[in-house]
Design a binder for this molecule. Structure first.
Ligand code: SF4
Ligand code: SF4
Length: 329
Protein backbone atom coordinates (compact mmCIF):
# COMPACT_ATOMS: atom_id res chain seq x y z
CA UNK A 1 0.00 0.00 0.00
CA UNK A 2 1.29 3.46 -0.92
CA UNK A 3 2.53 5.47 1.99
CA UNK A 4 0.12 8.22 3.07
CA UNK A 5 1.17 11.83 2.64
CA UNK A 6 2.35 13.39 5.88
CA UNK A 7 0.60 16.51 7.17
CA UNK A 8 1.54 18.75 10.10
CA UNK A 9 -0.80 21.27 11.72
CA UNK A 10 0.72 23.73 14.15
CA UNK A 11 -0.23 27.00 15.89
CA UNK A 12 2.30 29.71 16.56
CA UNK A 13 1.16 33.06 18.01
CA UNK A 14 -2.47 31.99 17.74
CA UNK A 15 -5.66 31.92 19.79
CA UNK A 16 -6.48 28.38 18.70
CA UNK A 17 -9.53 29.47 16.70
CA UNK A 18 -7.98 28.34 13.42
CA UNK A 19 -7.37 24.86 14.83
CA UNK A 20 -10.94 24.86 16.13
CA UNK A 21 -12.08 25.63 12.60
CA UNK A 22 -10.31 22.45 11.44
CA UNK A 23 -12.15 20.54 14.17
CA UNK A 24 -15.36 22.15 12.79
CA UNK A 25 -14.87 20.06 9.64
CA UNK A 26 -16.80 17.50 11.72
CA UNK A 27 -16.99 14.12 10.01
CA UNK A 28 -14.88 15.40 7.09
CA UNK A 29 -11.95 15.51 9.50
CA UNK A 30 -12.21 11.72 9.74
CA UNK A 31 -11.86 11.43 5.95
CA UNK A 32 -8.87 13.78 6.03
CA UNK A 33 -7.32 11.83 8.93
CA UNK A 34 -7.90 8.63 6.97
CA UNK A 35 -6.33 9.98 3.79
CA UNK A 36 -3.18 11.43 5.38
CA UNK A 37 -0.73 10.68 8.11
CA UNK A 38 -0.95 13.54 10.64
CA UNK A 39 2.53 13.84 12.12
CA UNK A 40 2.00 16.92 14.29
CA UNK A 41 -1.12 18.58 15.70
CA UNK A 42 -0.58 19.87 19.24
CA UNK A 43 -4.26 20.80 19.67
CA UNK A 44 -5.49 17.28 19.13
CA UNK A 45 -2.69 14.75 19.50
CA UNK A 46 0.45 14.18 21.54
CA UNK A 47 3.50 14.29 19.28
CA UNK A 48 7.06 15.13 20.20
CA UNK A 49 8.85 17.94 18.38
CA UNK A 50 11.98 15.81 18.30
CA UNK A 51 10.24 13.32 15.98
CA UNK A 52 9.83 16.20 13.51
CA UNK A 53 13.46 17.23 14.03
CA UNK A 54 14.59 13.68 13.23
CA UNK A 55 12.66 13.50 9.94
CA UNK A 56 14.49 13.90 6.63
CA UNK A 57 14.03 17.35 5.06
CA UNK A 58 10.87 17.76 2.90
CA UNK A 59 9.39 14.57 4.38
CA UNK A 60 6.10 16.34 5.24
CA UNK A 61 3.83 16.97 2.23
CA UNK A 62 1.94 19.87 3.83
CA UNK A 63 2.38 21.98 6.93
CA UNK A 64 -0.56 24.17 7.93
CA UNK A 65 0.60 26.97 10.22
CA UNK A 66 -1.71 29.38 12.02
CA UNK A 67 -0.73 32.35 14.14
CA UNK A 68 1.73 35.18 13.93
CA UNK A 69 5.42 35.24 14.90
CA UNK A 70 5.78 36.95 18.27
CA UNK A 71 8.64 35.11 19.89
CA UNK A 72 11.67 32.91 19.19
CA UNK A 73 9.68 29.73 19.85
CA UNK A 74 7.27 30.59 17.03
CA UNK A 75 10.16 31.40 14.74
CA UNK A 76 12.04 28.16 15.49
CA UNK A 77 8.92 26.06 14.93
CA UNK A 78 8.14 27.85 11.67
CA UNK A 79 11.73 27.34 10.45
CA UNK A 80 11.71 23.67 11.43
CA UNK A 81 8.44 22.95 9.63
CA UNK A 82 9.58 24.91 6.58
CA UNK A 83 12.68 22.73 6.38
CA UNK A 84 10.74 19.50 6.78
CA UNK A 85 7.85 20.38 4.42
CA UNK A 86 7.29 20.45 0.69
CA UNK A 87 4.37 22.90 0.99
CA UNK A 88 3.69 25.43 3.77
CA UNK A 89 0.27 27.02 4.03
CA UNK A 90 -0.34 30.10 6.18
CA UNK A 91 -3.78 29.61 7.70
CA UNK A 92 -5.80 32.47 9.17
CA UNK A 93 -5.46 36.22 9.38
CA UNK A 94 -2.69 36.03 12.02
CA UNK A 95 -0.38 33.91 9.85
CA UNK A 96 -1.28 35.74 6.62
CA UNK A 97 -1.32 39.38 7.79
CA UNK A 98 -0.37 39.42 11.48
CA UNK A 99 -3.99 39.37 12.68
CA UNK A 100 -5.29 40.93 15.87
CA UNK A 101 -2.01 40.21 17.74
CA UNK A 102 -0.41 42.56 15.20
CA UNK A 103 -2.18 45.52 16.81
CA UNK A 104 0.49 45.18 19.50
CA UNK A 105 2.89 46.73 16.96
CA UNK A 106 1.44 50.10 17.93
CA UNK A 107 3.21 49.63 21.27
CA UNK A 108 6.81 48.87 22.11
CA UNK A 109 7.92 45.69 23.81
CA UNK A 110 8.70 47.75 26.93
CA UNK A 111 5.19 49.26 26.95
CA UNK A 112 3.68 45.79 26.77
CA UNK A 113 5.88 44.32 29.52
CA UNK A 114 5.37 47.32 31.80
CA UNK A 115 1.61 47.07 31.47
CA UNK A 116 1.30 43.30 31.73
CA UNK A 117 3.82 42.72 34.54
CA UNK A 118 3.75 46.03 36.46
CA UNK A 119 1.05 48.60 35.74
CA UNK A 120 -2.20 46.74 35.04
CA UNK A 121 -4.54 47.24 38.04
CA UNK A 122 -4.77 43.54 38.87
CA UNK A 123 -1.01 42.93 38.85
CA UNK A 124 0.75 42.27 42.18
CA UNK A 125 4.50 42.38 41.54
CA UNK A 126 6.15 44.23 44.48
CA UNK A 127 9.67 43.16 43.45
CA UNK A 128 9.19 44.35 39.88
CA UNK A 129 10.14 40.98 38.37
CA UNK A 130 9.91 40.69 34.62
CA UNK A 131 10.22 37.44 32.65
CA UNK A 132 13.79 36.82 31.51
CA UNK A 133 14.95 34.63 28.60
CA UNK A 134 17.33 32.92 31.02
CA UNK A 135 17.13 32.52 34.80
CA UNK A 136 19.63 30.58 36.91
CA UNK A 137 18.27 29.09 40.14
CA UNK A 138 20.03 26.59 42.40
CA UNK A 139 22.54 25.79 39.69
CA UNK A 140 19.85 25.06 37.13
CA UNK A 141 19.00 27.23 34.11
CA UNK A 142 15.41 28.05 33.16
CA UNK A 143 14.73 29.46 29.72
CA UNK A 144 11.81 31.24 28.08
CA UNK A 145 11.36 32.18 24.41
CA UNK A 146 12.64 35.64 23.43
CA UNK A 147 9.77 38.08 23.07
CA UNK A 148 10.36 40.02 19.82
CA UNK A 149 10.04 43.77 19.51
CA UNK A 150 7.35 43.27 16.82
CA UNK A 151 4.68 40.85 15.66
CA UNK A 152 5.49 39.38 12.24
CA UNK A 153 3.50 37.59 9.58
CA UNK A 154 4.52 34.02 8.76
CA UNK A 155 6.04 35.06 5.43
CA UNK A 156 8.21 37.64 7.18
CA UNK A 157 9.87 34.69 8.93
CA UNK A 158 9.85 31.86 6.38
CA UNK A 159 8.98 31.20 2.74
CA UNK A 160 5.22 30.53 2.44
CA UNK A 161 3.65 28.67 -0.49
CA UNK A 162 -0.07 29.35 -0.01
CA UNK A 163 -2.35 31.59 2.02
CA UNK A 164 -5.75 30.86 3.50
CA UNK A 165 -7.17 34.00 5.13
CA UNK A 166 -10.00 34.50 7.63
CA UNK A 167 -10.37 34.74 11.37
CA UNK A 168 -10.72 31.85 11.33
CA UNK A 169 -11.01 30.56 7.73
CA UNK A 170 -14.34 28.82 7.12
CA UNK A 171 -14.17 24.99 7.19
CA UNK A 172 -15.21 24.69 3.50
CA UNK A 173 -12.20 26.72 2.39
CA UNK A 174 -9.92 24.67 4.64
CA UNK A 175 -11.06 21.37 3.20
CA UNK A 176 -10.84 22.70 -0.37
CA UNK A 177 -7.30 23.88 0.31
CA UNK A 178 -6.20 20.58 1.87
CA UNK A 179 -7.74 18.58 -0.98
CA UNK A 180 -6.09 20.82 -3.59
CA UNK A 181 -2.68 20.33 -1.98
CA UNK A 182 -3.13 16.57 -1.64
CA UNK A 183 -4.32 16.23 -5.25
CA UNK A 184 -1.46 18.42 -6.48
CA UNK A 185 -4.11 20.63 -8.07
CA UNK A 186 -2.67 23.93 -7.00
CA UNK A 187 -2.54 27.48 -8.34
CA UNK A 188 0.86 29.19 -8.65
CA UNK A 189 2.98 29.43 -5.53
CA UNK A 190 2.10 32.49 -3.49
CA UNK A 191 -1.62 32.26 -4.29
CA UNK A 192 -4.35 32.92 -1.79
CA UNK A 193 -6.73 29.96 -1.77
CA UNK A 194 -9.88 32.11 -1.65
CA UNK A 195 -12.03 34.04 -4.15
CA UNK A 196 -10.60 37.16 -5.77
CA UNK A 197 -13.51 39.59 -5.52
CA UNK A 198 -14.46 42.13 -2.88
CA UNK A 199 -16.96 41.17 -0.21
CA UNK A 200 -19.37 43.82 -1.51
CA UNK A 201 -19.65 41.77 -4.74
CA UNK A 202 -21.33 38.88 -2.94
CA UNK A 203 -22.92 40.76 -0.05
CA UNK A 204 -26.72 40.37 -0.04
CA UNK A 205 -27.02 43.97 1.18
CA UNK A 206 -25.35 45.33 -1.92
CA UNK A 207 -28.69 45.47 -3.71
CA UNK A 208 -29.82 48.08 -1.23
CA UNK A 209 -26.71 50.16 -1.58
CA UNK A 210 -27.75 53.59 -2.89
CA UNK A 211 -26.17 54.72 -6.16
CA UNK A 212 -24.78 57.73 -4.41
CA UNK A 213 -23.83 57.36 -0.78
CA UNK A 214 -23.71 60.42 1.41
CA UNK A 215 -22.28 60.09 4.90
CA UNK A 216 -22.27 62.97 7.36
CA UNK A 217 -20.89 61.13 10.39
CA UNK A 218 -20.06 57.59 11.43
CA UNK A 219 -22.11 55.40 13.73
CA UNK A 220 -20.92 52.53 15.85
CA UNK A 221 -22.97 49.39 15.53
CA UNK A 222 -24.40 49.64 19.06
CA UNK A 223 -25.47 53.26 18.56
CA UNK A 224 -28.06 52.56 15.86
CA UNK A 225 -30.54 49.88 15.03
CA UNK A 226 -29.08 48.64 11.76
CA UNK A 227 -31.58 47.64 9.09
CA UNK A 228 -30.78 43.90 8.63
CA UNK A 229 -31.10 44.21 4.83
CA UNK A 230 -29.50 47.58 4.09
CA UNK A 231 -25.86 48.38 3.37
CA UNK A 232 -24.00 49.26 6.56
CA UNK A 233 -21.90 51.94 4.95
CA UNK A 234 -24.95 53.76 3.65
CA UNK A 235 -26.05 54.06 7.30
CA UNK A 236 -22.64 55.47 8.24
CA UNK A 237 -21.55 52.22 9.93
CA UNK A 238 -17.96 51.34 9.06
CA UNK A 239 -17.96 48.17 6.96
CA UNK A 240 -14.70 47.00 5.41
CA UNK A 241 -16.51 45.09 2.63
CA UNK A 242 -15.32 47.31 -0.27
CA UNK A 243 -11.65 46.70 0.67
CA UNK A 244 -11.85 43.06 1.81
CA UNK A 245 -11.53 39.82 -0.15
CA UNK A 246 -14.67 37.68 -0.13
CA UNK A 247 -14.90 33.95 0.62
CA UNK A 248 -16.03 34.14 4.24
CA UNK A 249 -19.64 33.33 3.33
CA UNK A 250 -20.66 36.77 4.65
CA UNK A 251 -20.89 35.20 8.10
CA UNK A 252 -20.76 38.49 10.02
CA UNK A 253 -22.99 40.39 7.60
CA UNK A 254 -25.69 37.74 7.93
CA UNK A 255 -25.88 38.26 11.68
CA UNK A 256 -26.07 42.04 11.27
CA UNK A 257 -22.42 42.72 12.05
CA UNK A 258 -20.35 44.76 9.57
CA UNK A 259 -17.23 43.35 7.94
CA UNK A 260 -14.06 43.86 9.99
CA UNK A 261 -11.68 42.82 7.22
CA UNK A 262 -10.33 39.43 8.37
CA UNK A 263 -9.99 38.13 4.79
CA UNK A 264 -7.47 40.85 4.13
CA UNK A 265 -6.89 43.00 1.08
CA UNK A 266 -7.97 42.31 -2.48
CA UNK A 267 -5.48 40.71 -4.88
CA UNK A 268 -2.68 43.04 -5.84
CA UNK A 269 -3.59 45.65 -3.25
CA UNK A 270 -0.90 46.76 -0.85
CA UNK A 271 -2.04 49.27 1.71
CA UNK A 272 -5.77 48.66 1.58
CA UNK A 273 -6.15 50.65 4.81
CA UNK A 274 -5.34 54.09 3.35
CA UNK A 275 -7.35 53.15 0.23
CA UNK A 276 -10.38 52.35 2.36
CA UNK A 277 -9.87 55.61 4.23
CA UNK A 278 -9.87 57.57 0.99
CA UNK A 279 -13.06 55.70 -0.05
CA UNK A 280 -14.68 56.82 3.19
CA UNK A 281 -13.47 60.37 2.67
CA UNK A 282 -15.03 60.42 -0.81
CA UNK A 283 -18.40 59.43 0.67
CA UNK A 284 -18.43 62.15 3.30
CA UNK A 285 -20.71 65.09 2.56
CA UNK A 286 -19.24 67.72 4.84
CA UNK A 287 -17.99 71.19 4.01
CA UNK A 288 -17.66 73.44 7.01
CA UNK A 289 -14.76 72.94 9.42
CA UNK A 290 -17.06 72.05 12.31
CA UNK A 291 -18.83 69.43 10.14
CA UNK A 292 -15.50 67.92 9.12
CA UNK A 293 -14.33 67.79 12.75
CA UNK A 294 -17.58 66.21 13.84
CA UNK A 295 -17.29 63.54 11.13
CA UNK A 296 -13.67 62.73 12.03
CA UNK A 297 -14.46 62.61 15.75
CA UNK A 298 -17.32 60.20 15.12
CA UNK A 299 -14.90 57.59 13.67
CA UNK A 300 -13.93 55.91 16.91
CA UNK A 301 -10.50 54.19 17.01
CA UNK A 302 -9.73 54.47 13.25
CA UNK A 303 -6.32 52.82 13.61
CA UNK A 304 -7.74 49.85 15.51
CA UNK A 305 -10.50 49.56 12.92
CA UNK A 306 -8.45 49.85 9.77
CA UNK A 307 -5.51 47.73 10.94
CA UNK A 308 -7.42 45.23 13.06
CA UNK A 309 -6.05 42.24 11.13
CA UNK A 310 -3.31 43.64 8.95
CA UNK A 311 -0.83 45.90 10.76
CA UNK A 312 2.28 43.68 10.33
CA UNK A 313 1.65 43.20 6.58
CA UNK A 314 0.60 46.82 5.95
CA UNK A 315 2.81 49.58 4.58
CA UNK A 316 2.95 50.86 8.16
CA UNK A 317 4.09 47.59 9.66
CA UNK A 318 6.03 45.60 7.09
CA UNK A 319 9.36 44.27 8.25
CA UNK A 320 11.89 42.05 6.51
CA UNK A 321 12.41 38.46 7.59
CA UNK A 322 15.99 39.38 8.45
CA UNK A 323 14.69 41.75 11.11
CA UNK A 324 13.02 38.82 12.87
CA UNK A 325 16.44 37.48 13.75
CA UNK A 326 18.06 40.83 14.31
CA UNK A 327 15.36 41.99 16.67
CA UNK A 328 14.96 38.63 18.29
CA UNK A 329 16.81 39.42 21.46
S1 SF4 B 1 -6.72 34.11 12.60
FE1 SF4 B 1 -8.28 34.47 14.19
S2 SF4 B 1 -8.94 32.41 14.78
FE2 SF4 B 1 -6.96 32.17 13.72
S3 SF4 B 1 -5.41 32.23 15.34
FE3 SF4 B 1 -5.66 34.34 14.59
S4 SF4 B 1 -7.16 35.27 15.99
FE4 SF4 B 1 -7.32 33.04 16.24
S1 SF4 C 1 -20.25 47.93 2.46
FE1 SF4 C 1 -20.66 46.14 3.74
S2 SF4 C 1 -22.88 46.02 3.93
FE2 SF4 C 1 -22.43 47.38 2.21
S3 SF4 C 1 -22.49 46.04 0.41
FE3 SF4 C 1 -20.33 46.13 1.11
S4 SF4 C 1 -20.08 44.39 2.46
FE4 SF4 C 1 -22.29 44.71 2.20
Amino acid sequence: MAEKLKVAICWLGACGGCDASIVDLNEVILQVADAVDIVLWPLAMDFKYRSIQQMPDAEIALSILSGSIRNSDHQEMAELLRKKSQVVMAMGACACFGGTPGLANFHSKDDIFNWVYRDAPTVVNPDGNFPQPETVRNGGKLTLPHFFEHVFTLDQAIDVDYYLPGCPPPPELIVNAINAVLAGDLPPKGSTLAPRKALCDTCPRNQRKPNRMEIRSFNRIHEVEADPDACFLAAGIICMGPATRNGCGETCIRINVPCRGCFGPLPGVVGSEPKFLSTLASLLVVERDDEIKEAIDSFDDPVGYLYRFTQPSSILGRRSAKKVTEEGS
